[in-house]
Design a protein around this ligand. Structure first.
Ligand SMILES: [Cu+2]
Length: 330
């Protein structure tokens, strides 16, 4: 599969209204404390962003270009169902999937995929499921009670932004995300180095077996894994590759132009059609979509939601006094 966008992530046309919370309340002290606990300091530095060569030319992920980043903070894990539930409880935010009344569910997660015949052209493994949302990941009758520490999924870019605004945090820029994912290593493929399975150990949650019908789960997981699974990278961050795609702030487009002076804290194109997602997911497999490297990119419309897209939050500014997180950002 070599088409432009990662076709393992189906999209929703960008027709709906943004569903950011209209609430003016800001996050409670306990919610802010949860997020602050999760933040890890990320040093500044020089990042050689992207790949030496692209596997999927349309991803625009090569060649490498050097950029400069200031220090910031980023969450050790993606936002979990437990934390997202607290956000929903406090903000009253309605997610895009709830407003639209459906989301894309991977066929093997459904007890009876035949009951959900609608799917995007060419990708019959993504079923449009009425009533699927973050709290009902396989539709009505399903819930997240047995996966509170798993990444929240079925969240759109707008939902991630609503969460960030409510808590005075931000979505990381794409450059921040990649720098953080590399964990202090240079020019490596994975957050831990170049060996996909060091000492025979799986270090992230991707697909083993034959996509899309047989997942042997050699890495221990068929669907999502708990957000804190596997050893962290050099910056104490878990699951920067695999598990779930992560929305970042940037519009999709070319990486920052190389040159001097070096791009400093680049934040991507000023406009676009789709937002960038990074890190790959538990559905990525070499045979179909090997976007599970630290340089890999994909993108989707900001209204899209699926069972394999989540997010994590960042705080810009190393000197941000952490306990006093700006909580009243509109
Ligand atoms: Cu993929």
């Amino acid at each position: 599969m070599t088409s432009g966008s990662c076709s393992c992530a189906p999209g929703r046309p960008q027709t709906s209204l943004p569903t950011a919370a209209q609430s003016n309340t800001s996050a409670s002290a306990p919610l802010r404390a949860l997020l602050m606990d999760a933040m890890r300091p990320i040093p500044g530095g020089f990042l050689d962003m992207g790949a030496a060569r692209s596997r999927y030319a349309a991803d625009l992920d090569s060649p490498r270009r050097r950029i400069r980043l200031d220090p910031f903070h980023m969450m050790a894990t993606t936002v979990t169902n437990r934390v997202f539930a607290q956000f929903i409880g406090e903000s009253g935010h309605r997610t895009t999937a709830e407003v639209e009344g459906w989301s894309f569910v991977f066929h093997m997660a459904l007890p009876d995929p035949q009951r959900h015949p609608l799917h995007p052209p060419g990708t019959s493994w993504w079923r449009q499921v009425a009533g699927a949302d973050w709290a009902h990941p396989e539709g009505p009758g399903s819930d997240v009670s047995d996966r509170m520490d798993h990444p929240v999924v079925h969240v759109s870019w707008h939902d991630a932004m609503a969460f960030a605004r409510f808590t005075g945090t931000s979505l990381p820029s794409e450059a921040q995300w990649e720098w953080a994912a590399r964990g202090g290593l240079r020019h490596m493929k994975f957050p831990w180095g170049n060996d996909p399975t060091p000492k025979g150990q799986h270090r992230h949650n991707i697909w083993q077996g034959q996509f899309p019908h047989h997942n042997s789960a050699e890495d221990g997981h068929i669907g999502t894994a708990p957000a804190g699974s596997y050893p962290p990278n050099g910056f104490s961050l878990h699951n920067m590759t695999g598990n779930v795609w992560e929305w970042v702030a940037d519009w999709f487009g070319p990486l920052p132009s190389p040159g001097h002076p070096l791009p400093h804290n680049p934040s991507g194109p000023t406009q676009g059609q789709a937002r960038v997602m990074r890190g790959g997911s538990h559905l990525c497999h070499d045979s179909y979509c090997s976007r599970y490297f630290v340089h890999s990119r994909s993108h989707n419309t900001p209204d899209s939601s699926t069972g394999h897209i989540g997010f994590r939050l960042a705080l810009s500014g190393a000197d941000q006094p952490l306990p006093g997180l700006r909580a009243e950002t509109p």
